[in-house]
Design a protein around this ligand. Structure first.
Ligand code: SF4
Ligand code: SF4
Length: 417
């Protein structure tokens, strides 16, 4: 039976593809990526330099795919990866990287460093070097369908309570609906106002939609921990329920990595095209607005700004839609100094916010968001990712800042004409 180290190294070897080869062979070691990473800028610790986080994969690439590496290995001069390396990189990668991809934007030779870090996670996960919280979340996701352990009953209880409180209707398991809206578990237990907002908006705009009780979870614990097998198994569940319900389009809810996973990575993870279209809820709201089906009233008078979720804005390209929507309801909308595809991450993506061990570090790096907010002096912060929302609320509380965080869908629902 292979050891944990052997499993990790074998997995890292299997992760070396053409992109990995071209990226490592073109890195000019300029260090520019460091200044783009909040884990480096806010700690000053050179270990958090983005490209350094890929070191285990680089070592494997060098020893297996370069002449010098092969020669060194054959002469016993090459440095092999050790269990200590895997243990050290577990902390660097899972606690010290939110997979925000800001580093990938600034690399002068176009290296997608987040792509490489995702592959490092595959090696660490294969060797069992994964934070306990992420491991547990993935086990719950496989067993219950939700990383928080929620079930169909939890969803029905939450929606029944909303229907009673708000006097709305929330369709569940409606075959032939045009749209299937997935949810993140936090939208069921923490931010159920998102579900109420969907119901109000879709009712006003005449949209045929449904939730699924069989499988509602949009987040993907396999992606967070770096296990493609689990990621694929969870993705298959989306495909199964969407196919059974015969929907044309799946809506990704206010969750960043869920959107990237379903919309962009899903076909690659599964190795085939998805049998439905995927849109982020923000994209659909903007489409409804442009078609004249979503009518809103002005005005949200407070000063507010928009936090671009990395996976939706930077990696997903959903940049104009939230701004077009906010400009309808909030004339006092102002932008962060660095925004859109260069926005600073909240610090909680990539599974960092689900990893309790990382709390002191993520609160430290939240300093960048704190400074950005202080420059604007806004009272409201809008975002379109529930994971960002949780991290933003946590950071604001830690730094005793009086800024309210609200979901984009919710603020639109609050201003329906
Ligand atoms: S910015 Fe790009 S080229 Fe420069 S060190 Fe980082 S990964 Fe290498
Ligand atoms: S993806 Fe974001 S957090 Fe991770 S190394 Fe790059 S800039 Fe830093």
């Amino acid at each position: 039976m292979s050891t944990a180290l052997e499993r990790g190294v074998d997995m890292l070897k299997s992760q070396v593809d053409a992109r990995v080869e071209s990226y490592f062979s073109s890195c000019i070691h300029c260090g520019v990526c460091a200044e783009a990473c909040l884990f480096y800028t806010e700690t000053g610790d050179p270990r958090y330099t983005p490209i350094y986080k890929t070191e285990p994969l680089r070592k494997v690439w060098q020893s297996e795919h370069t002449l010098w590496g092969k020669l060194s290995s054959s002469l016993g001069l090459g440095k092999s990866i050790t269990e200590k390396d895997l243990s050290d990189w577990e902390e660097l990668v899972y606690d010290g990287c939110s997979m925000c991809s800001r580093c990938s934007m600034v690399c002068p030779v176009g290296i997608d460093i987040a792509y490489l870090i995702r592959k490092v996670k595959e090696g660490l996960a294969a060797a069992g070097f994964v934070p306990e919280d992420l491991q547990t979340a993935s086990e719950r996701a496989l067993e219950f369908g939700s990383p928080m352990g929620l079930t169909a009953q939890s969803l029905r209880a939450a929606t029944a309570a909303l229907e009673k409180e708000e006097g709305i209707q929330i369709p569940i398991d409606v075959e032939g609906a045009e749209y299937l809206c997935m949810l993140s578990s936090s939208e069921v237990v923490l931010y159920s106002e998102f579900i109420a907002a969907l119901s109000k908006i879709f009712s006003a705009a005449g949209v045929s939609w449904t939730l699924s009780s069989k499988y509602f979870e949009a987040t993907n614990a396999g992606v967070q921990m770096g296990n493609s097998k689990i990621a694929a198994e969870l993705l298959e569940r989306y495909v199964e329920v969407a196919t059974e319900l015969k929907v044309k389009t799946v809506i990704s809810p206010e969750c960043g990595h869920a959107y990237t996973t379903i919309r962009w990575d899903g076909p690659n993870i599964l190795g085939r095209a998805l049998p439905f279209k995927v849109v982020h809820i923000t994209e659909l709201l903007e489409q409804l607005r442009a078609e004249g089906r979503l009518k809103t009233t002005c005005c949200f008078d407070e000063h507010l700004t928009y936090h671009d979720p990395c996976n939706i804005s930077r990696r997903g390209g959903v940049l104009e839609q939230p701004r077009n929507l906010l400009n309808q309801v909030a004339p006092n909308f102002i932008e962060f100094n660095e925004t859109r595809e260069m926005n600073w991450c909240c610090g909680g993506g990539g599974g960092v916010s689900s990893n309790e061990r990382a709390e002191p570090l993520r609160l430290k790096v939240f300093n960048i968001k704190k400074r950005q907010l202080e420059e604007l002096n806004v009272s409201t912060l809008v975002t379109s990712c529930s994971n960002c929302r949780t991290m933003l609320e946590e950071g604001l509380e830690e730094y005793d800042m009086e800024v309210e965080v609200i979901g984009l869908t919710e603020i639109i629902a609050d201003h329906l004409a």
